[in-house]
Design a protein around this ligand. Structure first.
Ligand SMILES: [Zn+2]
Ligand SMILES: [Zn+2]
Length: 337
């Protein structure tokens, strides 16, 4: 008889005010060759899970288990897996597999691999008691972070870090951050610790308070004009209508990075107001493993503080509703005991 576990699956994508997620019993996964089996201790709730549940991001297969900010303990090894040993703490993140041979993989841009696979989208993720992952795509977790604190580092942190690099912030420059959830609050700290002046523009009074506590130079409303011209900006909110707003606050030569996997339509841009002066707009697609390894080292070294809201495992559906309503401070994390 197969061992069973509890897992949340996307049963019918739709508004989270309904019930797109269902708590089910399913067999414990068997680690394939080169994979490790992980007993999940914490799993972050990412906005991508919300997009998946609501159908903005179409599930790659029916009944997929979301969750790609997984911290747990290795409890099983597939054939040939030897990077980790049983009992080790590891992290499972979004990027799960790349081909290793295409022109993007060979150029060090595996995030653009056309046959890449993702945890909690192509394969079952961490809204479950156990999850499997190819060992080559798992991470060791810095000792400074508890399971609950480490979980949001694995997507919110890593993607935010890549977004910061994509935003081409000059040394000591001025960075605008639009939206201030899990990813933004981590990215802001890295930027500030590296000498940047950070201006946060977001809805939600508590998010603005957190931004100021973490050292932001200013915190205003989402559609406010930045108090100073920006060298770089990152939009974390999934709102395309912020693109012209952010571009208007960029100084000459500035770069705007769009961090999300999903963005509502961008309104018509005016060349003079929004783009002239060599302003650049770029998107951010997933991350490379190198981004992940670099960020985890930096997060520990710079003393990044992770603000989390713990949620019991059996309330994952409520956690997504809270995220949709902007009620989460920092990052929501499912905790399993
Ligand atoms: Zn490839
Ligand atoms: Zn994510």
């Amino acid at each position: 008889m197969t061992d069973m576990m509890r897992a949340w699956e996307v049963s019918e994508p739709g508004p989270v005010s309904g019930a797109p997620l269902t708590l089910t019993q399913r067999p414990v996964p068997t680690p394939a060759p080169g994979e490790v089996l992980v007993r999940v201790r914490a799993c972050g709730v990412c906005r991508t899970d919300l997009h998946l549940a609501e159908g903005d991001l179409l599930p790659r297969h029916r009944g997929v288990v979301p969750g790609h900010e997984v911290v747990g303990e290795v409890v099983g090894l597939g054939a040939g897996a030897r990077r980790f040993t049983a009992g080790e703490r590891v992290g499972i993140a979004w990027l799960r597999q790349t081909c290793g041979t295409c022109r993007w993989c060979r150029a060090g841009r595996e995030n653009l691999c056309p046959t890449s696979l993702y945890t909690g989208w192509d394969a079952d993720g961490g809204y479950a008691e156990l999850a499997a992952v190819p060992e080559a795509f798992a991470y060791r977790i810095p000792a400074a972070f508890s399971d609950e604190q480490a979980a949001p580092l694995l997507c919110a942190g890593i993607i935010g870090y890549r977004s910061l690099r994509r935003a081409q912030l000059p040394s000591g420059g001025r960075l605008g951050i639009y939206g201030f959830g899990a990813s933004a609050h981590l990215t802001a700290q890295v930027a500030i610790a590296q000498g940047a002046e950070v201006h946060v523009l977001t809805r939600g009074r508590r998010a603005r308070e957190l931004a100021l506590q973490l050292g932001a130079a200013s915190a205003g409303g989402a559609f406010d004009r930045s108090p100073v011209p920006l060298d770089s900006a990152i939009i974390f909110a999934p709102a395309g209508e912020l693109v012209p707003v952010a571009l208007e606050s960029l100084g000459p030569g500035g770069t705007l990075a769009l961090a999300g996997i999903h963005l509502s339509d961008v309104p018509t841009l005016n060349y003079q107001r929004h783009l002239f002066g060599e302003r650049t707009v770029c998107s951010v697609s997933s991350n490379t493993r190198r981004d992940g390894e670099e960020f985890l080292v930096l997060a520990e070294r710079l003393g990044v503080q992770v603000t989390t809201t713990p949620v019991p495992f059996d309330r994952a559906d409520q956690a997504l509703r809270d995220l949709a309503e902007g009620r989460v401070r920092g990052a929501a994390v499912l905790t399993l005991t």
